[in-house]
Ligand binder design. Sequence first.
Ligand SMILES: C[S@@+](CC[C@H](N)C(=O)[O-])C[C@H]1O[C@@H](n2cnc3c(N)ncnc32)[C@H](O)[C@@H]1O
Length: 288
Amino acid sequence: MKMPDNTLISIKAYFKNELNSFFDASEIESMFYITVEHYFSITKKDFILTPDKRLSESDLLKVIYCVKGLKTKKPLAYILGEWEFFGLPFKVDENTLIPRPETEELVDIILNENEGNLSVLDIGTGTGCIPIALKKQNNNYQVFAVDVSKEALNVATQNAGLNEVEVTFLEYDILKNRNSTFQQQLDVIVSNPPYIPESDKIQMANNVLDFEPHLALFVANSEPLLFYDAIADFAKKNLKNKGKLYFEIHEKFGIEVVNLLAKKGFSNTQLIKDINSKNRIVSAQLIN
Ligand SMILES: C[S@@+](CC[C@H](N)C(=O)[O-])C[C@H]1O[C@@H](n2cnc3c(N)ncnc32)[C@H](O)[C@@H]1O
């Protein structure tokens, strides 16, 4: 298609025509509005009110660059370098998973079930989306977050600054530290660990497989509960009496994670469905 003139309406038509063989119409529409809001602070409402507004040549180039990237199946979050989670902006790059809506549900449950001056640790923090959203909503929490990836911790630290919250980030391999004593006893431990068995790769979309960090996603087929097992041991050692553990899980392994926690002596274990009715969250309590 020929290049658009610089009006918003013509840029939207360009966006649609270039991408309609790659994505469905509603996805293109949503990506267009996210893009113009991100680059030019133009909201959907602004667009509707002023469709003939003209962008500069350099602004137009940003949209063209974005369309080029989307055609390679690169996720929009990585093209923009930023994504929204729990209504907050998060920097993302190739070392961090893109925060997902189901993880927002996990944050919501923790906030609803845990009031007061509590100490909270997030294991496998990536962008820092979980601890930063928790701290932003409840400033009484004292929040720690760990990851094995230095690069991810670097992004997470920037995100804490961007959102003006205090989180203590530490480089920590949970698989090597399952029996370690943390720097203090904790009220809440949360984790969205790597949980996708390698065998799921064949049915996964290229935009995830080719761009998101495999360190954040996959576990060996023979050990799908590897991280849950290690984190449960760590939680037994480091949670206070009546402390709580929250996991995001693979929808296929709900019962297995519940059984694992019961075997390790956790109480009040709950398997919680997400808004799409998939088993997505497990919570449990440690009662000594
Ligand atoms: C599924 S991602 C979750 C990221 C983020 N919490 C979120 O919800 O978007 C899992 C994270 O665990 C980290 N990770 C992988 N192996 C780890 C290990 N052995 N110890 C600590 N973190 C690990 C990865 O670097 C990645 O950031």
